[in-house]
Write a protein that binds this ligand. Sequence first.
Ligand code: 13P
Length: 234
Amino acid sequence: MIIALNNKCNLLMPEFESYQKELTSLNFKSSKLILCPTSSYLPLYNLDNIDLGSQNVSKDEMGAHTGEIAASQLASLNVRYCIVGHSERRQELSESAKDINLKIKNLLAKNIVPILCVGETKEQRETNNTEQVIAEQVKIAVTDLTEEEKSKIIVAYEPIWSIGTGLIPTIAEIDNVLLLIKEIFPQSKTLYGGSANDENIEYLKTSKLIDGYLLGGLSLKIKKLQRFIDKIEN
Ligand code: 13P
């Protein structure tokens, strides 16, 4: 199972340093862990058994783009994965589907694995538009990509109404969406994200289509994260 830790915009620098030390005490065997810290902490990464991911990348290459980080710069920091299209960025920063497509292309050109996030709002689910919304998000994101390039992308289904709320979809609802994603990305790993924790993992684990999890809040709680991993692995 892939377990990607999205720290979002959390932790002060000294806190990040002790957090990273705590991560070295995590016990896991079959899981693959990916740490996505706040961008400023990327150069502080010093873990052996956990890969480094970024929470964002620029849609442009290096140059006059104040405040951005280019894919080539991420590569120079040993970043192996990068979250793209998180709903918080789509909503708060008006990141468009076209931008997301450009970001994916930049990452693939530098051999960084994109973790593409897709998900519907509460209203879209209630009006039975979930599948249409996800299909659209995915199709635009992969415009002009070859089948081989598509196969390198990890896709994370993160229902917006589930992020940070404690609410999770039913397994049938998750599997419906993951099935749709797997039709478009037959070879890609599919993650679930949104209020996944050490209590609901027993239930989430019953899905046959979830290849891993993208964790927000839980990524910062090491003891609970350890319980989460133990329940996945045993
Ligand atoms: P929570 O796990 O805090 O709901 O966040 C999920 C998420 O947005 C991960 O990218």
